[in-house]
Structures are given as C-alpha cells and as structure tokens.
Design a protein around this ligand. Structure first.
Ligand code: PLP
Length: 372
C-alpha cells in the first residue's frame, strides 16, 4: 500500500511525467490494443496529411543529415527569423517547440495555477486539458452550443468567476471540425476578464475556407493578451518532424521560454525553412486538394442522408446514429482506422480526410458497417 508520504513524494515525478501527447501517440495507444491489423491499413485516425513533407523539405533534410553530428544551435537564430518573417512577426514574438504540443504545454504550465483554471469546451483537443489535470490545475469545460461551436461568453464568464484563467480555444476545434467566427473571437479578446489569457490553437486554420473565420495572429501583432499556437504537423505534412510555434507578446513569450525543453531538431528546422521559402504555393495547393476531397465526401454522405458536422479542418465528425464504438472497433479489421471515441459526442465518428484512394476505401468500409 502507498503511504501518504510515499504518495506525496511521488507527486513531483507524476507532474514531471505529464506531457501533452500529440495525436499520433493517442492513435498508437488505440492501435496497440488491436491484433491482426491489415498491412495496407488506411489510417484516418490522427488528422495527418498523407501528402507528407513537401519535396523541397525532403531535399533540404537529405542535405542536412550528414552534418547532424553537431548541435547547430547557431542556426536557430536564422530559423526563428524565417519563421517570424513568414507570419509578419518579430523573432521575440515567437517560441518554437517539439510540435505545437510543447508550446501548448508551456502555456498551460505558465498561465494556469491552483486557483486559475484552464477553461475550454467539451469535447476539445485533450492534450492541454489532460496536462492541466495532471499538474493539479482546475479545469472548467463548457458545453458546445447547438451548432457545435464554442460559447465564448460562457468561457469569459468562467474566467471572470475564477478571477482569471487560461481560455483554450481550438479553432477549428478538434474533434468537431467546427469553427468560431472571427466576430466571436473578437468579442472574447475585447472582453477578457482580468488576469486572463486567450490561447488559440490554430493547428488546422490553414484548411478553413469560410471568410467568416480568420487567424488570431493580428491580436498578437496588436499586443493583446493572446497566444496563438501553430503546427507544421498538419497542412505541411511534417507530424513526425515535430515542429510547432507559439506567437505572443514578448513578455508572454518570456514566461513560456524557461518551461520549454530545448531547441528543435536542426534537420526539422531545415525542412521548415525550405517549406517557408515556397509557403504560398504549398498552402494554396494543399488547401485546394483537401477541400476538393472533403467536398466529395460531404456530397457522398448527403446523398445517403448521413448527418455530419460541417467540416472546416482535415477531418469530419459523422453522426452514425448509434454508438460510434461499433465503427471504431469494426472498421480497423476491414482495413480503415477511424478516430477514437470523443465523449460526450458518443454517436459521432471522427474521420481524417486522406487521399482520394483512402476515401474510396473509407466509403466502402463505412457503408458496410453503417448498413449492418
Ligand atoms: C488541435 C491540436 N492541437 C495540437 C496538436 C498537437 O500536434 P503537434 O504536437 O504535432 O503539433 C494536435 C494534434 O493532433 C491537435 O489536434
């Protein structure tokens, strides 16, 4: 039996072990429980980009690899400068991390406390929420509105009630793929209670087509109490390279900086710099291609009168009209892995948008299970 003293002695270790796990870690966790998976499994469970890193990034990494025996810390200044320039920020307004997971981690650690909660919606991306819980910080989860969007007024009320907190807004939200319109984000930024900071997770912002939604980066440039998290894991197809960044006012970045583990891999940094050199065309082409595949899937679902939440990211939430666990358990054996369960949306199945061939197989397998 664990004595109280033993338990207390273990607390710092437990807190130190708490890390924001990126989506793939979750996916692997689910996968290890299943045996006999087909070799040509279509993975639609982690919102990755099947296009992978752009060719310019692959070339840059091949060139960088032989020199990876050295630290290359001296390259990080140039790397920051290139990243900052790509978003019209100064290097002091940014911090990079091992995926956006690391910068989200630092934000939760720095701006929640035993009295200042993390405030979000349910369901939202679990990483920051689980970390706050593991660190013993209070967590307040508000309900989504009827249209599956976040209720920004409720979130502000909760921050006010707690005399301050960190509001985590994932836009588009994972897992719903729904968005909060710019006018609502604007209201929130301008009505943040005292001692509150808004953390906007824009992991999927590049996939948004509607003009009603814009990035929150302009608020950073205006010096507001806003942190924006971005990642190279999604539209840039670099999930395995682990690069993300947070943008915020320099004094906010200074609070995040000491909580970071280290610099990112120099091979990954080279891949990012190469991609940023061709940023416009990479983003334009990938967004157009994803949007087309997404539109086709939505049309197919509509034809069959299968309901879904209007998607704005590279994944979609499908209402399977019964507990989605049946699909989550059955589909992998038929060669397609969908997302994990997302309570309280128990009848919803999250499916990442893959290649056209992936989605053809998805439609086949999904329909078989749907028809029973
Ligand atoms: C909304 C959101 N934020 C952050 C992450 C973390 O991703 P990464 O650490 O690869 O940037 C994910 C992963 O899927 C995500 O869905």
């Amino acid at each position: 039996m664990l004595s109280r003293r033993g338990f207390v002695a273990q607390l710092p270790l437990a807190a130190a072990a708490a890390r924001i796990l990126p989506e793939m870690a979750w996916a692997q966790r689910a996968a290890v429980n299943m045996s006999g998976l087909p070799k040509d499994m279509v993975w639609l469970n982690a919102n990755e980009n099947p296009a992978g890193p752009p060719p310019v990034s692959l070339d840059a990494m091949r060139e960088a690899l032989p020199a990876s025996g050295r630290y290359h810390y001296n390259e990080m200044g140039g790397f920051y400068a290139a990243m900052a320039k790509s978003e019209e920020l100064s290097p002091e307004q940014m911090i990079t991390g091992s995926g956006s997971s690391e910068v989200l981690h630092t934000a939760v650690d720095a701006f929640t406390s035993s009295t200042r909660p993390l405030i979000s919606v349910t369901p939202a991306y679990e990483g920051p929420i689980e970390l706050a819980r593991a660190l013993g910080r209070p967590v307040v989860l508000t309900k989504l509105r009827e249209d599956y969007t976040a209720d920004v007024k409720r979130m502000a009320e909760e921050a006010d009630k707690a005399h301050g907190g960190l509001i985590y807004l994932c836009n588009p939200n994972n897992p719903t793929s729904a968005v909060v319109k710019s006018k609502d984000v604007d209201w929130l930024v301008n009505n943040l209670p005292a001692n509150s900071i808004l953390l906007v997770d824009e992991a999927y912002i590049h996939f948004v087509e509607t003009p009603d939604v814009q990035s929150a980066l302009p608020y950073v440039r205006q010096g507001k109490e806003v942190i924006v998290a971005r990642t190279f894991s999604k539209i840039y197809g670099m999930a395995g390279l682990r690069v993300g960044f947070a943008a915020a006012r320099p004094d906010i970045i200074a609070r995040l900086s000491p909580l970071r583990m280290n610099v990112i891999s120099y091979v990954s940094a080279r891949a990012v710099v190469a991609a940023l050199g061709d940023q416009q065309s990479i983003l334009r082409d990938r967004k157009a291609s994803l949007a087309r595949t997404r539109r086709e899937l939505c049309a197919w679902l509509r034809q069959r009168e299968v309901r879904f939440i209007e998607p704005h990211a590279n994944f979609i939430m499908i209402d399977v009209a019964r507990n989605a666990r049946e699909f989550i358990n059955t589909m992998p054996r038929l060669g397609v892995a969908p997302g994990r369960p997302f309570p309280p949306l128990d009848n919803m199945l999250r499916v990442s948008i893959g290649t056209d061939a992936d989605m053809a197989k998805f439609r086949d397998v999904f329909w078989k299970v749907y028809k029973g």
